[in-house]
Design a protein around this ligand. Structure first.
Ligand code: GAR
Length: 210
């Protein structure tokens, strides 16, 4: 059975495309039934339309956070959505929506959580001098960038990295682990994420001279 899945975006939509591409395989346990954006100008919306995925836009437009989230929750339920993937959705969710989608909402974050929750993760990783950085897919909980970890991938931090070069290296891994994590959750293999989490550490790029 393929579970109807919605992707929430605010911007570019490259993780959204990775999920759509993975779900094009009929054997994938989730089908992408809806892409929902809180920004009418999100470039990812046009990509979703081009991929033939139904889209919706629910901007906040001065509404209270609860009203905005109630509208989102309403469309997800009307569309009989089973799982929700946040993919560059740049709004902090309130407990109202998080509780309604408990264990059925995933997020991708560009750091090896619990390190560097929040924004500007690549610049902060460089400033901290970490030698490994990466990305995390986790179930959404009421705490920001927290919740049971489903998958992680690490990349080396290279001596001449800038936030942009590091972001590019991490993004390649994001596109790999988000479909894998959705496969685990929708396929029922992540019912106990602590036990079943996939830790992926491909270290794809050797450090120069090593
Ligand atoms: C991704 O790097 C994602 O990890 C990050 O936003 C980018 C969205 O790119 N998400 C967050 O920072 C959430 N806290 P995309 O629109 O191309 O998928």
């Amino acid at each position: 059975m393929r579970h109807r899945t919605a992707i929430l975006i605010s911007g570019r939509g490259s993780n959204m495309l990775a999920l759509i591409s993975a779900a094009a395989d009929p054997a994938f346990p989730a089908e992408i039934a809806l892409v929902l954006s809180n920004r009418v100008s999100a470039p990812g919306l046009a990509l979703a339309v081009k991929a033939g995925i139904p889209t919706a836009i629910i901007e906040r437009n001065g509404a209270t956070r609860e009203c905005h989230e109630a509208a989102i929750d309403g469309i997800l339920r009307r569309q009989e959505i089973a799982f929700v993937c946040l993919a560059g959705y740049m709004r902090v969710l309130s407990p109202f929506l998080v509780q309604r989608w408990e264990r059925r909402m995933l997020n991708i974050h560009p750091s090896l959580l619990p390190a560097f929750p929040g924004l500007d993760t690549h610049a902060r990783a460089l400033a901290a001098g970490v030698k490994l950085h990466g990305c995390t897919v986790h179930l959404v909980s009421e705490e920001l960038d927290d919740g049971p970890i489903i998958a992680q991938a690490a990349v080396p931090v290279l001596p001449d990295d800038t936030p942009e070069t590091l972001a590019t290296r991490v993004l390649t891994q994001e596109h790999r682990i988000y479909p894998l994590a959705l496969r685990l959750v929708a396929g029922g293999s992540a019912a106990h994420p602590g036990a079943d989490a996939a830790l992926l550490n491909p270290l794809p790029t050797a450090r120069p001279g090593s």
